[in-house]
Design a protein around this ligand. Structure first.
Ligand SMILES: Cc1cc2nc3c(=O)[nH]c(=O)nc-3n(C[C@H](O)[C@H](O)[C@H](O)COP(=O)(O)OP(=O)(O)OC[C@H]3O[C@@H](n4cnc5c(N)ncnc54)[C@H](O)[C@@H]3O)c2cc1C
Length: 288
C-alpha cells in the first residue's frame, strides 16, 4: 500500500551549501532526494521507511559535465539523457553511454541520476559496472570537507557504503585514458528494454604484440555488490588471447563471483552467462 504522504517531509534548499548545512546540523535525519526514481517506487509500495528528504534536484551546480585534458567530471545529478548526449562520453566512454541508454525507458532516463544509481547501491544497477571498469573516482562532500575516493571499494556490502550521514555524493570523475582500449558492455535481461539485469559485464582491455597489457573487468548481478574482478584481471595480464587464456579466465572468474538464485534468475544461469560473456569479451579483444 502507498506510503501516507502527509507523514513525509521534503524541503528544497536554495544552494548546495544550504543542503550540506542541513545534513550537518542533523546527521541521519535528512536524506537526499534526487530524481526520485528509486525513492518513489518505495513510496508507492509502502516501503519508504525514512521520512525526511532534501530535494537536491534543483541544485544546478551538481548537474554540470566538466572536461579537462585529463578528466571528464560528471555532477551527481547528471541524468542518463545528459550522459547519452555528451560527445566526449560517447566517443571515449561508450560503455557508460550504452548503460545509460539501456536504463529503464525515456522517462527514467530523463529523471534518473548517476549519483542516485550509485548511492541506491543495487547490485543489479547498470552504470556502476561501467564506472568500475573505467576506474572512476567519486567525490563526497560535507559542510566541513570534500574527499575524492576510488569508486572501487565504495560499496562494502549489500546496500552498505563508505559515506557519512552528513555527506553528499557530489561528482564522479574518470580519467581520459581510454584511447586504444577495446570497450565491451553487455546487459543480459529478460527483455531488450525495461528489464533489470540478470548479469551485466563491463570490460575494457588493450593488447600490445598480441599480449593483454591492460584489462579491467566489472560485473553487476553476480554478488551482493557490483564488483571489479581483480583476480581474473591479474590472471589475464600478459597473456595472449586464445582458447587457453579464455579457459583460465573462466576458471578464475568462477571462484571470484558469487551469484544467487532470486526472482529474476538462478545462480547457475548467472554463472554460465557471466563466463560466456567474459569469453566473448576476450574473443572480441583478440580481433580488436
Ligand atoms: C521503471 C524503472 C526502471 C528502472 N530501470 C533501471 C535500469 O534499467 N537500470 C538501473 O540501473 N536502474 C534502473 N532503475 C532505478 C533508478 O532509475 C536508478 O537507480 C536511478 O539512477 C536513481 O537515481 P535517482 O536520482 O532517481 O535516485 P533517487 O531515487 O532520488 O535516490 C536513490 C537513493 O540515492 C540517494 N541519493 C541520490 N542522490 C544522492 C547524492 N547525490 N548523494 C547522496 N545520496 C544520494 C537517495 O537518498 C536514495 O537513497 C529503474 C527505476 C524504475 C522506476
Amino acid at each position: 500500500m502507498r506510503g501516507y504522504v502527509p507523514k513525509y517531509q521534503l524541503i528544497t534548499p536554495a544552494s548546495l551549501d544550504e543542503a550540506l548545512a542541513i545534513l550537518a546540523d542533523e546527521p541521519g535525519v535528512w536524506k537526499p532526494f534526487a530524481g526520485g526514481t528509486d525513492l518513489m517506487v518505495l513510496l508507492e509500495s509502502g516501503n519508504l521507511h525514512h521520512h525526511n528528504y532534501i530535494n537536491i534536484w534543483p541544485l544546478t551546480e551538481l548537474r554540470q559535465i566538466e572536461v579537462s585534458p585529463q578528466h571528464i567530471t560528471l555532477g551527481a545529478l547528471t541524468a542518463y539523457t545528459d550522459i547519452q548526449a555528451n560527445p566526449i562520453l560517447r566517443s571515449e566512454f561508450p560503455m557508460l553511454c550504452q548503460a545509460a541508454s539501456e536504463t529503464g525507458g525515456l522517462a527514467i532516463q530523463n529523471r534518473g541520476t548517476i549519483g542516485g544509481n550509485i548511492v541506491n547501491a543495487s547490485p543489479a544497477a547498470d552504470s556502476p559496472p561501467a564506472l568500475l571498469a573505467y576506474d572512476a573516482q567519486i567525490e563526497l562532500t560535507s559542510r566541513s570537507s570534500s574527499r575524492w575516493i576510488p569508486y572501487q571499494g565504495f560499496h562494502t556490502g549489500y546496500k552498505k557504503m563508505q559515506m557519512g550521514a552528513d555527506e553528499l555524493l557530489t561528482r564522479i570523475r574518470m580519467s581520459r585514458k581510454t584511447a586504444n582500449c577495446y570497450h565491451y558492455y553487455r546487459k543480459v535481461g529478460t527483455r531488450k528494454a525495461q528489464a533489470i539485469s540478470k548479469v551485466c559485464l563491463a570490460a575494457v582491455g588493450s593488447t600490445l604484440d598480441q599480449r593483454i597489457t591492460d584489462v579491467r573487468i566489472a560485473f553487476g548481478s553476480v554478488a551482493p555488490i557490483v564488483i571489479r574482478c581483480l583476480r581474473t584481471e591479474d590472471a589475464l595480464r600478459g597473456k595472449t588471447p586464445g582458447n587457453q587464456t579464455t579457459q583460465l579466465a573462466r576458471e578464475t572468474l568462477v571462484n571470484e563471483i558469487a551469484p544467487i538464485d532470486d526472482i529474476r534468475s538462478t545462480a547457475s544461469y548467472r554463472l554460465r552467462v557471466a563466463t560466456n560473456l567474459l569469453a566473448d569479451f576476450l574473443e572480441q579483444l583478440q580481433l580488436h
